[in-house]
Ligand binder design. Structure first.
Ligand code: FES
Ligand SMILES: [Fe+2]
Length: 463
């Protein structure tokens, strides 16, 4: 008779983070210089999967994608294949898409509705939408008294939480709440998520594409690189608008970078600069027509951000463009490849004809065939490939634009840097990257250089 000592222990295992000070040292402490190894080195990449993708909160889905019990979509957390599924009690959960028998995937399709569960193709084990093992093929298992069906299931993502419709997950049971991870950056997220009573939704399906680049190039581009737009995207903007995108002096003066915990947004506060590039003048008019209502709700600055020339990344790999409403995740697939998932976010209350303009506008601008995406993709692919050169990879990279431009602002939370043409958010992005490499625990992670500033201390330093 079996005494239980040799039965498999099927409890979930969440790998612990370590400390990689040698990798953290690849970024200068103030972020002004980055070693090219971070873009090409396999060891660094493996450490990223452990230190960053193994414990940061990662974007999974918009709740509108899984409206009813059994609705599910597949996505990735780092390189881990994950199923996000609405439960019978209406909560949303996520599981590794991997059978606990031999590891085969249990869900073969990208999404589905009102599913009763998932079946593994290999030996026929089936799982409920709660991840539990339901059925096995044949009497073999039932006849075996040591087979503990109730203790076997899909590995759940350790924590899943919702911020105003956006669902995030983390593999770290010890991670602080999603809101603590986002910190005061929620102030800026609300520009897109809370400018209207009705909430938001994704419209249309996901657009999926592949780029042969390191995941950090697009992430750092969206976190604050408006600088490239006036050069890289000039011809694309001309094709759509019939003229160049130029910001006035006034906008340039008011523009800023805002960053906290490596999340960052840069904005030019010009109200509709990004929206204009979608090519629908009536959508621009509609956005301007909502300005006063948004101002009542969010204040003047954030109302100006909604459609402005601007971009944003939530650390590590979730980005969006206000005004164009493209939301995307850069899924890492090795040091030199990214699988890009793109969606379009709109207010639920927006009339259908305008939703359709955003959906089509996304395809014209930021899709595999979009004029701007092609501009960007070529740059990121060459930046990655060229950095692989043996001598090239030993040369430092310059992230020093706008050193010393940090200001104290009574209204805006986070670290605020005057002007949008600088590298401030990129520096914070890599400082956050280095903190994830360096620190083993969340106490240290939440209290590093990228944490919210002590405004009084900054004042004292300046004085
Ligand atoms: S691998 Fe899934 S049932 Fe065997
Ligand atoms: Fe771009």
């Amino acid at each position: 008779m079996c005494d239980g000592r040799n039965l498999p222990d099927m409890r979930p295992v969440y790998p612990k983070a370590g400390a990689y000070p040698e990798h953290a040292a690849l970024v200068k402490p103030d972020g002004t210089q980055v070693d090219r190894k971070v873009f090409v080195d396999r060891e660094v990449y493996d450490a990223e999967l452990r230190q960053i993708f193994g414990r940061a909160w990662l974007f999974l889905a918009h709740e509108s994608q899984v409206l009813n019990p059994g609705d599910f979509i597949r996505t990735f957390m780092g390189e881990d294949d994950v199923i996000v599924v609405r439960q019978r009690d209406k909560s949303i959960n996520a599981f590794l898409n991997s059978c606990p028998h031999r590891g085969n995937r249990v869900c073969q399709v990208d999404s589905g509705q009102k599913s009763r569960g998932f079946v593994c193709n290999y030996h026929g084990w089936s799982f409920g939408i709660d991840g539990g093992l339901r059925g096995t093929d044949g009497k073999v298992y039932d006849a075996d008294p040591t087979f503990e069906k109730a203790k076997i299931g899909l590995t759940p993502v350790a924590q899943v939480q919702n911020y105003k419709g956006l669902i995030f997950g983390t593999f770290d049971p010890d991670a602080p709440s999603l809101e603590e991870f986002l910190g005061p950056f929620t102030y800026y997220l609300d520009v897109m998520l809370d400018n209207d009573d009705g909430g938001t939704e994704f419209v249309g399906g996901a657009i999926k594409s592949t780029m042969e680049c390191n995941w950090k190039f697009p992430a750092e581009n969206f976190v604050g690189d408006i600088l490239h737009a006036f050069w890289t995207h000039q011809s694309g903007a001309q094709a759509i608008l019939g003229g160049a995108v130029n910001l006035g002096e006034k906008e340039r003066e008011r523009a800023f970078h805002a960053t906290v915990y490596g999340h960052g947004i840069e904005t030019n506060l010009d109200k509709v600069g990004n929206t204009k590039t979608l090519g629908y003048p009536e959508l621009v008019e509609h956005t301007l027509g909502r300005f006063e209502a948004m101002k009542q709700r969010l204040g003047d600055t954030r109302a100006r951000m909604f459609g402005a020339v601007s971009s944003c990344t939530i650390f590590p790999n979730f980005s969006f463009l206000p005004g164009q409403s493209t939301f995307r995740v850069w899924h890492p697939k090795g040091p030199g490849r990214v699988d890009l998932y793109t969606w379009t976010l709109v207010n639920k209350n927006l009339p259908d004809e305008y939703k359709e303009m955003y959906r089509k506008g996304t395809m014209i601008t930021f899709s595999p065939g979009g004029v701007f995406e092609m501009d960007d993709g070529e740059n990121w692919e060459y930046a990655t490939r060229i950095n692989e050169g043996w001598v090239t990879r030993h040369q430092p990279l310059h992230y020093g634009l706008g050193i010393g431009s940090e200001v104290v602002d009574s209204e805006l939370p986070g670290h605020i840097y005057r002007g949008s043409l600088n590298d401030a958010n990129q520096r914070h992005f890599y400082m956050r990257w280095a903190e994830f490499m360096q620190f083993e625990n969340w106490d240290d992670l939440q209290n590093g250089r990228t944490a919210p500033p002590q405004k009084t201390r900054l004042n004292a330093e300046e004085g």
